[in-house]
Design a protein around this ligand. Structure first.
Ligand code: PLP
Length: 464
């Protein structure tokens, strides 16, 4: 059996390269439980894992595990496979490109899918001034590229981030990520020149909180704006500050859309002080909130837009878009990376935008989002469940349910959903569940998901 085989092979001297194929084929035929055992042994623990299972395949809104268990996926691989797993048109475009050109080094020559993707992206930009593009592989790389661009273009160093933000886990982006302490601890020294201010979060804001513990939404935003102005007076002068980077809907930090007025105020502060506004739409962009970009809900123009995750529906691809005069300041050769803008990923990216048009994705996001939101707000109002719900928020199909603190309600609800056959994630701050189903989820699958969520909330409330 596999266990004996592995034990035996671990005692052998290093095998010549060709015979290592035997180990690979052993993995290919392992049972589900043995695969988990093998993964636990050999995959770095620092990654963390929700389930002791192995994903075998995915189709639309479902994933199937080794062993046959099927889950309704309300995570989309953390907002990546936004058009569902193995979307047929995206798969077809990628397959066609694999047979034509897999990699064309961008510093050597242009390649067609790269240019086609730019042509497709240009009309969806939240502002026509964002007319020049560059592609990488991951969100973190794109965020770092935006910071490089901002520093170079302004000849200033410091970056202001939001408390609760998530921008990645590379050395630079770790310094900018403020949603959970473990992301940065034990890796010092991190990138210097990063300062943070509070993000407007009505559900936890002292101004909107009443003496009975309840809160009301306010449009004031006075405190976070004041804190930003104070930061620019006390800690990082405008003459040293290159950019403010914001997730237009805070992602990992709790799925928090800022109240109206906040973004306008930040834009004004940027304009007044010659500071660039970077919008990190890695998680909230590309249709997730019911508009192509979350910043469109606020009518504000970013100077640099960062995109990743859903832009190629699972192929590693990220991008920044900015004004030509800013982008062209950087010297040829100072930007880039071997795989950035890979031809297959770009071809998939073109198919994604094609599907957005052909399948009226944004209409579906708004219709299904309203159905899901209703289930959550009903739970907030229902006397049986209201005691465990603190807040329901979000836009489109980027929705969150924050539970009352100190009882681990969110992870209890998550566990129940998983038992009932649905994958669901929590966020880093406060006791919050995040709901990120595929943007093209069918009405039937949404109804099924809503039923599971409703039952799970009711059961946790009844047990509390
Ligand atoms: N920015 C935001 C808003 C994110 O949500 C993420 C990842 O979750 C990143 C950046 C980093 O992206 P990646 O994990 O692809 O490096």
């Amino acid at each position: 059996n596999e266990e004996l085989l592995l034990k035996f092979m671990s005692r052998l001297p290093p095998a010549p390269a060709h015979s290592r194929l035997i180990i690979q084929s052993s993995v290919a035929t392992m049972s589900a439980s043995k695969l988990v055992q093998f993964g636990t042994q050999h995959v770095a623990k620092g990654i963390g894992r929700l389930l002791p299972e192995v994903i075998e395949s995915g189709a639309g809104s479902y994933v199937t595990m080794e062993g046959g268990r099927k889950y309704l996926d309300f995570t989309c691989g953390i907002g990546v496979t936004n058009l569902g797993h193995c979307h047929p048109a995206v798969t077809k475009a990628a397959q066609a490109q694999v047979g034509k050109l897999v990699h064309g080094q961008v510093n050597i020559a242009f390649q067609k899918p790269y240019l086609e993707l730019i042509e497709a992206m240009k009309p969806i930009m939240p502002d026509p001034s964002l007319d020049t593009f560059f592609f990488w592989n991951s969100g973190s790389e794109a965020v770092e590229a935006a910071v490089k661009l901002a520093r170079h273009a302004t000849k200033k160093q410091n970056i202001i981030v939001m408390q609760g933000s998530y921008h990645g886990r590379t050395m630079g982006t770790m310094a900018m990520t403020r949603s959970k302490t473990i992301y940065g601890e034990n890796y010092a020294p991190l990138m210097p020149g990063v300062f943070s201010v509070p993000f407007p979060y009505c559900a936890q804001c002292s101004i909107s909180k009443h003496s009975d513990g309840k809160f009301s939404f306010s449009n004031c935003c006075q405190d976070p704006v004041l804190q930003l102005e104070l930061l620019l007076k006390r800690e990082t002068a405008p003459s040293d500050t290159a950019a403010i980077i914001i997730e237009p809907v805070l992602g990992e930090g709790g799925y928090v859309p800022p109240p109206p007025g906040y973004f306008d105020a930040v834009r004004k502060i940027c304009d007044k002080n010659n500071i660039l506004l970077i919008c990190d739409e890695v998680q909230c962009g590309y249709g997730r909130t019911g508009k192509m970009f979350a910043v469109e809900h606020y009518g504000v123009r970013p100077d640099i837009l960062v995109m990743a995750k859903g832009i190629a529906n699972g192929f590693p691809l990220s991008a920044i878009a900015s004004r030509k005069e800013l982008m062209d300041m950087q010297k040829p050769g100072s930007m880039g990376g071997t795989y950035g803008g890979n031809a297959v990923a770009c071809a998939a990216g073109v198919a994604v935008l094609d599907a957005f048009k052909k399948e009226s994705i944004l209409d579906n996001v708004n219709a299904r989002g309203a159905e899901l939101r209703k289930i959550l707000t009903d739970a907030q109002k229902d006397s049986k469940t209201s005691k465990i719900v603190h807040d329901v928020r979000g836009l489109g199909l980027m929705l969150a349910l924050e539970c009352q603190p100190d009882h681990n309600y969110a992870s209890k609800i998550q566990t129940k959903c998983i038992e009932k056959g649905m994958l669901l994630l929590t966020t880093s701050i406060y006791d919050t569940l995040r709901f990120i189903p595929a943007l093209n989820i069918s009405k039937e699958d949404m109804a099924k998901g809503c039923q599971i969520i409703k039952e799970a909330i009711e059961e946790v409330a009844a047990e509390s």
